[in-house]
Design a binder for this molecule. Structure first.
Ligand code: DLL
Length: 435
């Protein structure tokens, strides 16, 4: 295969035709979901049938599905397919509250998911001849098996290295001539540090493409990762409820992530009112699966905040693009009446070459007042001269204040002294009395 596209007919389908395709799949999805204990009740209460959906906009007749609804249905109350005949895998996520959610897949669902991940990898230039190494945790985290089956579907040689053990990751990259690596952004930075510690120049390896996702990161952070590892890094978005990775992915233009609209119906809503927002405005992403048979989800409120990028993409794909995820509505915290996202802090810190990439935001109550403390590790480039460090601390504090509008307490700490998580980085610790 020597095409620019994995599935040209789908990826470049003219939008009116794509909408027709979506309508057909939406109706089919409703017919399937009607077999689940949960949706059968919802549909009966709201008069929803496949025939009641005449245009894709009629999706709004269906009420939202929330994470709380999923938890209330634990474990199998949202399953539409036949558990004993057709279920072949489940993924469960525990989330921060500890109450798990479950997604069950049929073989059809897994095949469709693998195809989407293969489509994403192909889009950023990966081919059968590539060696794909996955540094994700395997198991319930969908970044493991999701990319594994996707890369196998592509036909690449896969190296299921799994998470951690950075020296071994680097040995694999060298020995197996890995060309494409999947890593979460905080781990990509860690790996770059270990390359440096080991005195190995990443440019001397075969690595040329990095796929980064699963946690929010700024464009500045991406550029830093690209510089440190000498690769092109592409943003990859997904979530367990929507399979996992392979939901939306950057193309080589690196200007927004294409959302695979043949498999997902995308809405952006005002999180307060639930009303749809016009393209270009930031709101909450709401998703409907269009190609799942075992456990379709309709109008699922992701809590992720982003916007649809207006205009066409020069790559020729017609599927809409979303902007980098700004954060989750539940990541946002309010200090002294100001709404703040962790990404705003990261955006500022990454501009200082004297700083490393690991940071921690702690929210505390001091004398009945909310206070924000930012601890950030210094990089090798920093000095240990007290006066210079104090000047640096002041300069960063001023810039942070400009970005987040409150003055944080800033602590510069030694490299390696903040906790390093094996999975997704934990950026905020909320110790306030009344959170
Ligand atoms: O993180 C699936 C995944 C694995 C995506 C590997 C990409 C690569 P969950 O653990 O269910 O699934 O977490 C989903 O992570 O709702 C977002 O808040 C966040 N997230 C995922 N991708 C991105 C991204 C996987 N590219 C949650 N940028 C989502 C920012 C992301 N946030």
């Amino acid at each position: 295969m020597n095409s620019k596209y994995w599935e040209a007919d789908i990826e470049t389908m003219p939008r009116p035709q794509l909408q027709e395709f979506q309508l057909e799949r939406l109706r089919k999805t409703i017919a399937i979901a009607a077999h689940s204990p949960y949706y059968s009740k919802v549909f009966a209460a709201h008069g929803i049938t496949p025939e009641s959906i005449r245009t894709v906009d009629d999706v709004r007749k269906i009420p939202f599905t929330t994470k709380a609804d999923m938890r209330a249905c634990y474990p199998f109350g949202m399953v539409s397919g036949n558990m004993s005949e057709d279920a072949v895998r489940l993924h469960s996520s525990s989330g921060t509250t500890g109450t798990p959610t479950v997604i069950v897949h049929s073989q059809h669902d897994l095949d469709s998911w693998a195809n989407l991940v293969a489509r994403c990898l192909y889009m950023v230039g990966a081919r059968r001849s590539d060696v794909f190494q996955n540094s994700s945790g395997y198991g319930m985290f969908t970044g493991g098996l999701g990319f594994q089956y996707g890369a196998e579907r592509l036909g690449a040689l896969t190296v299921p290295a799994a998470a951690g053990n950075s020296k071994r990751q680097i040995k694999f990259i060298q020995d197996f001539k890995t060309t494409v690596l999947h890593a979460i952004p905080s781990y990509a930075i860690r790996l770059a540090e270990v390359f440096q510690e080991e005195g190995i120049d990443p440019a001397s390896t075969s690595l040329r493409t990095l796929v980064i996702g699963a946690e929010p990161h700024t464009d500045e952070q991406r550029k830093k990762i690209e510089r440190l590892l000498g690769v092109h890094a592409y943003n990859s978005f997904g979530m367990s409820e929507m399979n996992g990775p392979g939901v939306a992915f950057e193309c080589t233009e690196q200007n927004g992530m294409h959302f695979w609209e043949d498999c997902y119906f995308v809405e952006i809503i005002d999180p307060e009112t639930g009303e749809p927002l016009p393209d270009g405005e930031v709101g909450e992403l709401v998703l409907t699966t269009l190609d799942r048979t075992m456990m379709p989800l309709l109008r699922y409120r992701t809590r992720d905040l982003t916007r649809i990028l207006p205009g066409e993409c020069p790559c020729g794909r017609t599927h809409l693009r979303i902007d980098r995820i700004k954060g989750r509505s539940d990541d946002m915290f309010i200090i002294k009446g100001v709404n703040i996202f962790p990404m705003q802090v990261e955006k500022t810190l990454v501009q200082f070459p004297e700083l490393g990439s690991n940071y921690l935001i702690t929210l505390e109550t001091i004398n009945n007042q909310d206070e924000i403390m930012v601890e950030v590790e210094l990089s090798e480039l920093s000095t240990d001269n007290y006066i210079e460090l104090e000047n640096l601390r002041r300069a960063i504090t001023r810039q942070l204040k400009d970005e987040i509008l409150v003055t944080p307490k800033l602590k510069l700490v030694k490299k390696g002294s903040l906790p390093q998580s094996e999975g997704k980085a934990v950026r905020v610790k909320d110790l306030r009395d009344n959170k």
